[in-house]
Design a protein. Structure first.
Length: 479
């Protein structure tokens, strides 16, 4: 999570003007290899950060790729930040002085992916710290660190840890964080989690991430997290289908709205999902799903967003028909070759369909007929060579439509004149809705959108797709 944030800041800074950079970069940092935009400062390959003479408030300060970075006392004095990132600098325990953070006010401190073996004692001098990440450091445990953890525990809301070197025993020292709302365990060798693993913050924890562990089943300790709203239980490959069969009582975890079970070596929808009455978002990508049973699909009938990305699916599961509340489906990176008429027939609330990176070759002309709310369909990098006639079933008369055909070998000829007749603005109808078609033509140096906007209007009538009347879907009037 913290690494992703750094990357976003990096790319947001690249390419901006020097004038913008100069506007928010403090004078003391101007001699460093630093950039600034919108009060986000990024520094690379520096040794010592010049001390500030006056108080300064920024959104963030990120120092990375600085293996020789020195952090003397009061390095960040007079500085107020939302986030300070010292990730990816090869920092070891001796890099921090006791007063390194004296005079610093920051909400989130990122020390991930360094060479630390313990939480630096210097963090106790950070006023009102809310978030701390030490993930990706070779910690073996938190032994003899309870006093440090206790001193920051009264304000800490977010904590991340995990490494391949971490002991296989769950760290009970986490009880020193009684106000914890978000816990991210990014890696660990533990195969068991005690029933009281979250003792001390069971009633405050709202978001939990447990990934890359040796756990063999869903821990019963999850059942004590009555106020949890998000559970990310990913990349725990020893769990499998059997490990999903745990006796959780229905109605206890009734605040969970999102569950992610990516890459957990499961082959079907776990029945345990039926225990979560308010589950609306489910992510099950990177599992080799053999089938989706009607019974398991019916158990999650309130889900509105479903991801089966990269799940070895060869066709759209028929059981999805029972999930009538679905609004968003991600079936990308699978082996789906076709969309049949009945595949999405009952999904009348569907708004977004993602079939990117499938060997898709055939789409029935009668697909999408009842998908009256479907406004975005994505077919990036499939085997399609033509714009599917089935998009004429979409309700362009009542909403904007986007069809993404990027990466396909689409033939742009006058045979697409049907597309212009369907999608063009008719002044007499006083219609303001817009059709966006993304992608490039194979047969001409043009985008599909430009070909649609500038060329098709001069083409003779095409009889292709005539079995579908233009804007004739009667259900569209119900939108």
């Amino acid at each position: 999570m913290f690494v992703i944030w750094v990357c976003v800041v990096v790319f947001s800074l690249i390419g901006r003007s020097h004038q913008q950079t100069a506007n928010c970069l403090p004078t003391e940092y101007s001699s460093h290899n630093c950039s600034c935009i919108a009060k986000d400062v990024l520094c690379q390959a520096i040794v010592v950060l010049a001390p500030l003479r006056n108080s300064l408030t920024l959104n963030s300060l990120s120092i990375f790729d600085s293996p020789h970075l020195q952090l003397p006392n009061k390095t960040f004095n007079h500085l107020t930040l939302s986030r300070l990132s010292l990730a990816n600098n090869q920092l070891n325990d001796s890099a921090f002085q006791m007063q390194t953070f004296e005079g610093l006010t920051v909400q989130d401190l990122d020390l991930s992916n360094n060479k630390l073996t313990k939480i630096p004692e210097a963090v106790i001098n950070v006023a009102n710290i809310r978030g701390l990440s030490v993930s990706g450091n070779p910690f073996e445990n938190f032994h003899n660190q309870e006093q440090i953890m206790k001193k920051i525990g009264n304000t800490l809301h977010r904590f991340s840890f995990g490494d391949a070197e971490f002991d296989p025993t769950w760290p009970t020292e986490l009880k020193q964080f009684p106000r914890l709302e978000e816990l991210n365990v990014t890696r660990g060798g533990f195969s068991l989690m005690p029933i009281d693993a979250f003792y001390g913050f069971e009633r405050s924890l709202k978001k939990l991430l447990i990934e890359n562990t040796a756990l063999k089943s869903v821990p019963l300790a999850f059942g004590r997290l009555n106020y949890m709203t998000e559970l990310h239980f990913d990349h725990n490959q020893e769990v499998g289908d059997f490990g999903m069969n745990v006796p959780l009582v229905q109605g206890i975890l009734n605040h969970i709205g999102l569950i992610s079970l990516k890459d957990d070596n499961i082959t079907t929808f776990p029945q345990i999902l039926g225990k979560f009455d308010n589950l609306t978002k489910l992510q099950m990508g990177q599992n080799a799903l053999k089938f989706v049973s009607d019974q398991s699909a019916n158990a999650i009938k309130r889900v509105t967003s479903l991801s089966l990305r990269n799940s070895s699916i060869s066709r759209i599961p028929g059981a999805l028909q029972d999930m009538k509340t679905l609004k968003d489906i991600d079936l990308s990176f699978n082996g789906i070759h076709s969309i049949q008429r009945q595949d999405l027939e009952n999904l009348t609330n569907l708004e977004t369909l993602n079939l990117n990176y499938n060997p898709l070759q055939y789409i029935s002309n009668h697909a999408f007929q009842k998908s009256i709310k479907l406004s975005r369909v994505e077919f990036r990098n499939t085997s399609l060579t033509n714009v599917p006639c089935a998009i004429k079933n979409l309700c362009l008369g009542t909403m904007n439509i986007t069809v993404d055909l990027t990466g396909n070998t689409i033939e742009c000829t006058c045979s697409l004149q049907w597309l212009y007749k369907w999608g063009s603005h008719d002044e007499s109808s006083n219609r303001n809705q817009h059709l966006s078609i993304l992608g490039k033509c194979l047969t001409i140096d043009s985008t599909i959108q430009d070909y649609y906007d500038k060329t098709l209007k001069d083409c003779p009538d095409s009889y292709l797709c005539d079995d579908i009347d233009v804007n004739s879907n009667p259900d569209c009037n119900a939108v």
